[in-house]
Design a protein around this ligand. Structure first.
Ligand SMILES: Cc1cc2nc3c(=O)[nH]c(=O)nc-3n(C[C@H](O)[C@H](O)[C@H](O)COP(=O)(O)O)c2cc1C
Length: 309
């Protein structure tokens, strides 16, 4: 496998917050080339304070993301991040959440080439920032990316990450491989593949797709945090080592989130949601026990049952 391929940790709202990113980076140093933060957005005419707090510490391996419906929103967001010292910013052109798409944000921007062209001009005026974009192939038709191609081509982009589904498909269903290949050919920027990567073999297969510069890991990395490190080592780790690493990351996330989420129910819910993605690693029974735990005490008990295995 070509060592030059990039391995990126993708953004997942509610999961890959600063607590998770720091815990993962500490446990798996150098496993991924960059961590993408969940999107920052404008609310009531200003950048949400908690979005800025999550990326308060700029680092060369941290890529904050912006979701916008207009040049004005883009300016507010990119300006605030640059002011915080960020030198990388990712554009969200793929969020499938209907209220966002309906308002022309996320995947909805793919259908608004004028906005994208105006944003491209603003990006060219910010040479100190390395921009990238993350997109789907369309809203309800996998060929709709073609309408955004002229604007995308004008943008100074380090990478374009493509999740080869439409917004309507959300996160499951057929990947549009032929349209993806056409997009790789047409887009004049390096393209990164994203979608359904769960094992080191999946990384090998997708990173080797023609013209692809690397992969972005999403749910697969949450469920198997050792995934990128295993791929770099060129061999799968035994289940016990993978689970041990996962549990230590979860302990660190729990400790960091405890400081921020003072309501026990909120803290518990924020940790329980992870286990949905880890079910293939820990099995249905253990995942269910963690998800159903009614208190932090029960949750810890269920965690101990996994570690005792
Ligand atoms: C709960 C959830 C939250 C997400 N939040 C974001 C986000 O903030 N920004 C973004 O670009 N993509 C977001 N995504 C999409 C993922 O980054 C990724 O593109 C998608 O899950 C497909 O990749 P995967 O199959 O490897 O998970 C989110 C996905 C999920 C399931």
């Amino acid at each position: 496998m070509d060592e030059e391929k990039v391995i990126l940790a993708g953004p997942l709202q509610g999961y890959t917050d600063a607590a998770w990113r720091q815990a993962h980076a500490a446990a798996m140093p150098g496993a991924v080339d960059a961590y993408f933060a969940p999107f920052a957005r404008v609310e009531h005419g200003a950048v949400r304070a908690r979005d800025l707090r999550d990326v308060a510490t700029a680092a060369p391996t941290l890529v904050p993301q912006v979701i916008f419906r207009s040049v004005e929103e883009f300016d507010l967001l990119a300006g605030a991040l640059a002011a915080q010292g960020h030198t990388r910013v990712d554009l969200n052109l793929g969020c499938p959440f209907p209220p966002q798409v309906k308002h022309g944000r996320g995947a909805g921007t793919l259908l608004r080439p004028r906005v994208l062209e105006a944003v491209a001009a603003r990006m060219l005026a910010m040479p100190e920032v390395r921009f990238s974009a993350k997109m789907r192939l369309g809203v309800d038709d996998a060929s709709q990316w073609r309408g955004a191609l002229p604007a995308l081509s004008q943008m100074p982009l380090e990478y374009v990450t493509i999740h080869p589904r439409t917004a309507r498909q959300q996160y499951s269903g057929q990947l549009h491989t032929a349209e993806f290949a056409a997009a790789v050919d047409a887009i004049p920027h390096p393209v990164v593949f994203n979608g359904d990567i769960a094992t080191p073999a999946d990384i090998d297969r997708t990173a080797a797709l023609p013209g692809v510069s690397g992969v972005m890991l999403g749910r697969g990395l949450l469920g198997r945090p050792t995934l990128a490190a295993e791929w770099r080592e060129g061999k799968e780790w035994p289940a016990s080592r993978r689970i041990e690493a996962m549990l230590s990351i979860h302990e660190a996330v729990l400790a960091a989130r405890s400081a921020r989420l003072t309501q026990p129910a909120q803290l518990l819910a924020s940790m329980q949601s992870f286990w949905h993605f880890a079910e293939p690693e820990i099995g249905h029974k253990a995942a269910k026990a963690l998800r159903k735990a009614g208190s932090m005490e029960r949750y810890r008990e269920a965690m101990r049952l996994i570690s005792a295995k």
